[in-house]
Design a protein around this ligand. Structure first.
Ligand SMILES: O=c1[nH]cnc2c1ncn2[C@@H]1O[C@H](CO)[C@@H](O)[C@H]1O
Ligand SMILES: [Zn+2]
Length: 355
């Protein structure tokens, strides 16, 4: 099989539906923000800071992985830093041809210097709107409750999600340490969001088993599942997810780092896809995981044997899974489908010229 290059994949239109703002900064920006704000970091150059904010093979679990966020959050406590990091994330995604981006974060983690929750959301919406004006990208915001912080705070974040409905926020999520912090404790928050006809996704089946996915769907009303890798452990639930076309937001490299899967070669996305599940490809954290959407697709191509046609189908499933109004989504999807039909990998074109 002829191999696709990273450049080929970068040229394809794509989505990123699962990316955390506080895990997707530029390293250089962290340094600049720290200097501006007088914040002390564990490293003062890109290379000395890198081990504290990028996760490598030494990572042993999700809880270990989450330590990097203490550093990033230390410089994300001002209005301007939120505008800037949101703008840069969308700019970086647009540079690899991400056309639709859903950015998630938890506003309660940005209150250390007294910003109001309202301003914390406003700033991110503003940064993304600026990027939309400059680049060919559409964006939306997802607010996250945090499992290991109190359910009462999830309720406040749910109310905030409702307040920003149709004003930039498109959904509600539950993130954070999964084991010992069941989703059912945050049911009230999800019922408030659902009562207002707003979309929900939950991180589930990443650091805990299928029971967690079951709770996310049946007790919290999840419309999509973040990760969901451990769905392979329960065929009955897997069939339900498949039958209801509940999208899985797969983040393959992140899953290897948090040890949700042992190796890329063993990632269940191949099986999920072959069984017909609606699977999407995402970064989780561009900086912490040190990845891009294009690199995630390249791993699927090189390690899990996804062909160009299969990659195109994954891309379409990404657009289909967007938390966008149906009419908007249909229009976007129709443009993307046309573009995919005429797409030729450069490697193939140069071969044709030689013939
Ligand atoms: O893969 C993940 N699983 C669970 N929680 C995560 C993951 N990546 C980031 N966060 C958590 O979500 C918060 C809001 O963005 C981050 O601060 C981090 O604690
Ligand atoms: Zn995540």
């Amino acid at each position: 099989m002829r191999k696709l290059t990273l450049e080929d994949i970068q040229r394809l239109p794509k989505t990123d539906l699962h990316v955390h703002l506080d895990g997707s900064l530029r390293l250089s920006t962290i340094l600049e923000l720290a200097q501006e704000q007088g914040v002390t970091l564990p490293g003062t150059t890109i290379e000395t800071l890198r081990p504290f904010v990028e996760v490598g093979e030494e990572c042993t679990s999700l809880v270990d992985y989450l330590k990097a966020f203490d550093v990033t959050l230390s410089v994300m406590q001002t209005y301007d830093s939120l505008v800037r990091t949101a703008y840069e994330l969308a700019a970086d995604a647009a540079a690899e041809n991400v056309r639709y981006l859903e950015v998630r974060y938890s506003p309660i983690l940005h209150q250390q210097k007294g910003l109001t929750l309202h301003h914390i959301v406003q700033a991110v919406v503003e940064g993304l709107a600026q990027a939309e004006k400059e680049f060919n990208i559409k964006t939306g915001v997802i607010l996250c409750g945090i499992r290991h912080i109190s359910p009462e705070l999830s309720n406040r974040l749910a109310d905030l999600t409702v307040a920003f409905k149709n004003k930039g926020v498109v959904g509600f999520d539950l993130a954070g340490a999964e084991e010992d912090f069941p989703a059912k404790k945050h049911r009230e928050a999800f019922s408030r969001v659902l009562a207002n006809n707003i979309n929900c996704t939950l991180h589930a089946g990443e650091a805990y088993g299928p029971e967690s996915i079951h709770q996310a769907i049946h007790l919290c009303g999840a419309h999509r599942i973040g990760h969901g890798v451990r769905l392979i452990e329960n065929g009955d639930l897997l069939n339900y997810v498949n039958d209801h076309r509940i999208p899985l937001e797969c983040c393959p490299s992140s899953n290897v780092q948090t040890r949700a899967v042992r190796t890329m070669a063993e990632h269940p996305i191949r099986l999920f896809y072959d069984l017909g599940l609606r699977v999407t490809v995402n970064t989780d954290n561009r900086m912490v995981t040190r990845t891009t959407v294009s690199e995630e697709y390249l791993h699927l191509h090189e390690t899990l044997g996804f062909t160009l046609d299969e990659i195109k189908e994954l891309i379409i499933m990404g657009f289909k899974s967007a938390f966008l109004p149906y009419a908007v989504k249909r229009a976007l999807l129709s443009d993307v489908v046309n573009e995919l039909k005429s797409f030729q990998p450069h490697s193939l074109e140069s071969k044709k010229e030689q013939l």
